[in-house]
Write a protein that binds this ligand. Structure first.
Ligand SMILES: *Cc1c(COP(=O)(O)O)cnc(C)c1O
Length: 358
């Protein structure tokens, strides 16, 4: 018997969320698999998505290499581009698509132009977020400069939205306007929208979307109607049970006193596995019944209140998040972002969901 702590990954939900979002946007879509597929397991997710996805996107070279080593054949975009010439050579060798977001990267390509073939480049334009990108007003000059390099087979343009999840803000409109003006007449494929951009319909009709968080079943836009299925269920078990008298403490911290005689279950999952310390008192499901965590979250375990629950003992199933307790609710309770919670999951077994269903 090993420690019964799992991230159950519903790959059918992943694929169906991807297809739904791709159709909503229109055109093609990168399935974004950076940070180990937002904590879901990049190889497993890529393998399931490969028949449907137009291309994948990751942050940097190592992440792409892991996918290629696992025999993923579809194009993979490096969204931070390459960091040095060694990386550029490797990226070319494996056929990765690369973002060029600063002059240094453009110069690297010029420098080894003679040794490369078939390079697919995405010029990233800075339109307001002030993170990555070349000045949008110079888009045509950069394109011209890259067009002069024979080893480049394709040039496309992208930009990234700073507050696409915000209905009220007209900032996205401004960014889209700058991007559209800067690239008009250049006859290149364009990419603007992340998940929130797709759902909020800022600039549909671009050639490519880049879909991350929503593909994993988390809707970044509040009060939107699209229904997405959560992909990850974080599950563990109660492995010991105890009775605690009113006024006694539970876990670290002498302030964590129970206010009634309680029955508590100790669960084999803690903050080192990615359940946040700040989720004290957050809702959880135990054998399908709603209750709360109790006291401080420890590194390897946490306590849940089972005083009022029926048929709960050692071996009871605990859902920390999933279909019943949405990761967005846990994130809100913990004052964290669902992106952060999902990326933090580690030290548990990653299993395909259907094996465990029913
Ligand atoms: C991570 C990332 C995305 C995906 O964003 P989501 O909000 O998860 O959909 C898209 N584009 C870029 C450049 C990114 O870094």
């Amino acid at each position: 018997m090993s420690r019964p702590s799992y991230a159950l990954i519903d790959l059918d939900a992943l694929a169906s969320n991807y297809k739904k979002l791709r159709a909503l946007h229109g055109g093609k879509a990168f399935a974004v698999l950076k940070a180990n597929a937002y904590g879901h397991g990049a190889v497993m997710c890529a393998t399931r998505l490969e028949p449907d996805a137009d291309a994948f996107a990751v942050a940097f070279l190592e992440e792409a290499l892991k996918l290629r080593e696992a025999n993923i054949q579809k194009p993979i975009l490096l969204m931070e581009g390459v960091f040095d010439i060694k990386e550029l050579r490797k990226a070319v060798k494996h056929g990765f698509w690369i973002v060029v977001h600063q002059l240094k990267q453009l110069e690297m390509i010029e420098q080894c132009a003679s040794e490369m073939r078939g390079l697919n480049v995405w010029l990233k334009l800075e339109t307001g977020m002030n993170r990555l990108g070349l000045n949008y007003t110079l888009a045509s000059e950069y394109k011209e400069r890259l067009s002069a390099i024979k080893s480049i087979s394709k040039i496309s343009f992208m930009t990234h939205l700073a507050c696409a999840e915000d209905h009220e803000s007209d900032f996205s409109i401004k960014q889209v306007e700058r991007f559209v003006n800067a690239t008009s007449g250049l006859d290149c494929e364009l990419s603007v929208c992340n998940s929130a951009g797709v759902i909020n319909a800022v600039g549909r009709n671009f050639d490519w979307a880049r879909i991350g968080i929503a593909m994993y079943g988390v809707n970044p836009v509040r009060e939107s109607l699209i229904s997405l299925t959560p992909v990850m269920t974080l599950r563990s078990e109660i492995f010991t049970v105890r009775e605690v008298k009113k006024g006694e403490v539970v876990g670290y911290g002498c302030a964590n006193k129970v206010d009634r005689d309680s029955r508590i279950g100790i669960v084999a999952l803690g903050y080192a596995d990615g359940y946040p310390r700040s989720a004290m008192g957050c809702k959880v499901l135990v054998n399908g019944q709603l209750t709360k965590t109790l006291g401080a979250i420890s590194m390897d375990m946490l306590a849940v209140d089972i005083t009022d629950l029926k048929n709960v003992d050692i071996g009871a199933q605990v859902e920390l998040w999933g279909g019943g307790t949405h990761v967005s609710e846990v994130a809100q309770h913990a004052s964290m972002s669902p992106y952060e919670l999902l990326c933090n999951v580690k030290r548990v077994d990653f299993l395909e969901f259907p094996r465990w269903r029913g």
